[in-house]
Write a protein that binds this ligand. Structure first.
Ligand code: HGY
Ligand code: MN
Ligand code: MN
Length: 414
């Protein structure tokens, strides 16, 4: 049984550090907005680098902006036990998504270093630069560069919704200039990610921890309908090529198809842009997002094929046309069985309630999972709410997650 921090001190420490990190990007809606390479993102990474040095870790960036805090191991040949999560958020997000995994890793590393001295294998805490795809239409930029599934060419023509080129934003934040080590790693022993569940299974079942068995596959598209703008008053309905009416029928058809799916496929349209976006003008162009997820990649493919066939019929009825752009296609990934077993043994020994489960949310663990042994561990989300200022996890649950991480890292690295 390893020496753990005193409960009250630990839960206070976790809460305090969660508020501290959330202060970088606190927005007027009471949520947190930290977007890749924006000022809040830069100041959060700088603050985390200082915190890493303060607790005895050696902080460094890689050339895309991932931040690492390293605790050297006594065995110089040993590979690195990596733990952490993403520092970026959605727009108007909560303070736990991603951030909790970074804060938990910092607290765990500090406790282990203080209590047990240097580990046998090096431990690194990582603040991954981007996971959400909130600013630019691409996801997993941090973990994708570490594992080699993302490369510089992928962002050459990418711009954010304000037209800012990715390359320009990266360079202005001090990255992509060759001033830091290249991101690709070949020295990782495993990756452990602690994260909020962002769903309601643990809360409804009264479980404290989720041990993730696999993460669902997901596809994201940008779909544009092209019609013809015209006068709202003088254009009879039968003569219109209305991009808004077309898109509305497509989205309704899509949602009814997803709602009718018998085994839990989910589809979401979360963003829409209308041109010219004027009340008395028939829309000439409507662009909407599409996010489809399921544990079966084949099922996602079939769903999209059938939905898009239906879209073509709807567009033909309106005399409009469609352009699809798939910008994300992540396969469903299984988590490492031995690490799941190790986590379950710790939880069973400590008498902490847990269950094995699927993750409906995407995570950096999905990218690491095909690169090195990976574990994803959940703590409950109140009401299952996430990607919202109302995101919340009880301090006792936050603390249990940190203690599990401490125990796991001790087993893996000491
Ligand atoms: O959207 C997701 O699944 C994750 O929160 N990025
Ligand atoms: Mn998220
Ligand atoms: Mn996340």
């Amino acid at each position: 049984m390893i020496e753990q921090p005193k409960p009250s001190a630990l839960s206070e420490q976790v809460q305090h550090m969660m508020e501290w990190l959330a202060s970088y990007g606190r927005d007027e809606g009471g949520g947190v907005t930290r977007l890749l390479y924006d000022p809040a993102w830069c100041s959060a990474q700088q603050a985390l680098a200082s915190k890493m040095e303060e607790i005895g870790l050696t902080a460094r960036y890689d050339d895309v902006g991932n931040l690492f805090g390293r605790m050297d191991g006594r065995d110089p040949q040993a590979k690195v036990v990596l733990t952490g999560s993403h520092v970026d958020t959605v727009i108007g997000g909560g303070k736990y998504d991603g951030a909790y995994g970074i804060i938990a890793a910092l607290i765990a590393a500090e406790h282990l270093l203080t209590q047990y001295g240097p580990p046998l294998k090096p431990i690194e805490v990582v603040s991954l630069c981007e996971e959400e795809g909130s600013r630019f239409p691409l996801t997993y930029w941090g973990s994708g560069n570490i594992t080699g599934t993302k490369e510089r060419a992928a962002v050459a023509a990418v711009r954010d919704h304000h037209g800012v080129p990715f390359e320009e934003a990266m360079r202005e934040a001090g990255f992509g200039l060759g001033q830091h080590p290249q991101p690709l790693r070949s020295d990782l022993d495993c990756f452990i990610e602690l994260h909020i569940e962002q769903g309601q299974v643990l809360e409804r079942e009264g479980q404290s921890i989720g041990v993730v068995s696999h993460i669902v596959g997901q596809r994201r598209y940008e779909i544009t309908v092209y019609g013809e703008s015209n006068h709202a008053g003088t254009t009879p309905m039968r003569w219109r090529h209305d991009a808004m009416f077309t898109a509305a029928e497509m989205i309704a058809a899509l949602m009814h198809r997803a709602k009718g799916d018998p085994d839990g496929l989910v589809a979401t349209v979360g963003r829409m842009e209308v041109k010219p976006n004027v009340g008395n003008v028939i829309a000439r162009e409507v662009t909407f997002s599409l996010d489809v997820r399921h544990s079966s990649d084949e099922k996602i493919g079939n769903f999209c094929d059938e939905a898009f066939r239906e879209f073509e019929v709807i567009a033909a009825e309106h005399g409009t046309s469609i352009v699809y752009r798939k910008w994300m296609d992540e396969a469903s990934v299984g988590m490492d069985l031995k690490l799941q077993q190790a986590a379950s043994e710790v939880l069973a020994r400590e008498g902490i309630s847990y269950r094995t489960m699927t993750s409906g949310a995407g995570h950096d663990s999905q990218v690491f999972g095909t690169f090195c042994p990976t574990a994803l561990l959940f703590v409950p989300s109140r009401g299952g709410i996430s990607h919202s200022p109302a995101e919340f996890t009880e301090k006792e649950d936050l603390e249990r997650g940190v203690k599990l991480l401490i125990d796991l890292l001790y087993r893996l690295a000491y």
